[in-house]
Design a protein around this ligand. Structure first.
Ligand code: SF4
Length: 355
């Protein structure tokens, strides 16, 4: 199977295509964003095809033969982990997830992007010292010797989040934003991001982005406190989210995305200095020749008529034109921002505990 991917948000700034790495395939649906899961559609096409990688369709399958794959890549790249599954699915054993993290610790030259809808298990595992002991154990037992930099990896495992691992949660609507974002903020991570795709409704994230700095009680930055300064405390607050990806749904049963949902996210990011990446419109695009009566009239009959929403004048009729024709311009602009590298950071949970 090809390792490179055309997924735009995995490419490097110099244009190097990203890679996907699937040490697990298959999954089960958990929320509205899963309704038309592209991975399921792809995998199920091959169910029953003898000898095919997806002979078992989308059944959850561990792929230990693929665990070492990133260790064979010489050139640094961005890697979307588990594009065909969810690493924190309940049927994947802790020890197996620990192996995946051990490989990422060793393959420090690559940057791994992990996206999950199983926020609770991610938070529980990555906040647990015993899990990190398991990572170290799995690394020593199974992967040492295939790379010489286990010592460097050991340093990474010294109580800080892995600097080359970005953690993200899927946020398709406000309901899941209010559940998954707090869990993400409570998970130790070098960099945190949201994937708002498929975007199925308006999402307000501003209240989550900046959190009171618990080192300085909102008075900082406290120059005498290493943690406060290194965390980038500004005016007594820290920015806890680094990147937002937004996009509409593709596929023949795709649901349309009202433009104001995407522009609102862009504007919230802009106001809070968060990098914003607009991936695609998906199957539906704004109707450029239609009438705008001030209400988002979506072709499938759903409407959103919230007078309190900012940018309500942006609401337009949507038309099914296909993913390629719809493109990825938002207000006639590409939005391709990637997050700036940051130092590993703790979580809101750790901070509260440390007080
Ligand atoms: S969590 Fe992701 S991989 Fe799993 S069913 Fe949902 S969309 Fe598909």
């Amino acid at each position: 199977m090809a390792d490179t991917t055309s997924i735009e948000w995995t490419r490097s700034e110099d244009g190097t295509p990203g890679a996907t790495w699937n040490p697990v395939t298959g999954c089960t649906k958990i929320s509205e964003g899963c309704d038309h899961c592209y991975a399921e559609t792809f995998a199920e096409r091959w169910r029953g095809t003898s000898g095919h990688h997806f002979e078992q369709g989308f059944d959850l399958t561990l792929r230990p033969d693929r665990l070492r794959l990133p260790l064979t890549w010489h050139k640094p790249r961005r890697v979307f982990l588990n594009s065909m599954s969810d690493l924190f699915h309940q049927d994947i054993p802790d020890a197996y997830i620990a192996k995946v993290f051990a490989v990422m610790a060793i393959a420090g030259k690559h940057t791994f992007q992990i996206l999950t809808k199983r926020h609770a298990r991610m938070r529980a595992l990555l906040s647990s010292p015993s899990f990190w002991h398991q990572v170290a154990h799995e690394g020593r037992e199974h992967f040492i010797g295939c790379q010489q930099d286990w010592l460097a990896a050991g340093a990474m495992l010294g109580g800080q989040p892995l600097p080359n691992v970005w953690l993200g949660v899927s946020v398709e609507n406000q309901r899941w934003a209010d559940i998954r974002i707090p869990a993400l903020l409570e998970t130790p991570a070098a960099l945190r991001f949201l994937s708002c795709e498929p975007l199925l409704g308006p999402v307000w994230i501003s209240d989550y982005i900046w959190q009171p700095c618990l080192c300085c009680d909102g008075e900082g930055p406290d120059e005498a406190c290493d943690r406060c300064v290194s965390a980038g405390c500004e005016g007594g607050h820290r920015r806890m989210l680094d990147w937002v990806i937004a996009g509409g749904e593709s596929g023949h049963r795709a649901r349309p995305m009202a433009p104001v949902w995407a522009t609102s996210l862009r504007d919230q990011c802009r106001q809070s200095h968060v990098s914003f990446f607009f991936k695609q419109w998906g199957e539906w695009a704004p109707e450029t020749h239609g009438h705008n009566n001030g209400t988002a009239v979506l072709i499938d009959g759903r409407t959103w008529n919230d007078g309190n929403a900012p940018g309500a004048s942006d609401m337009v009729r949507m038309r099914r034109v296909g993913k390629k024709n719809a493109g990825r311009l938002l207000d006639n602009q590409l939005h391709n921002a990637f997050p700036a590298p940051v130092s590993p950071r703790t979580s809101t949970l750790e901070e509260r505990t440390a007080r």
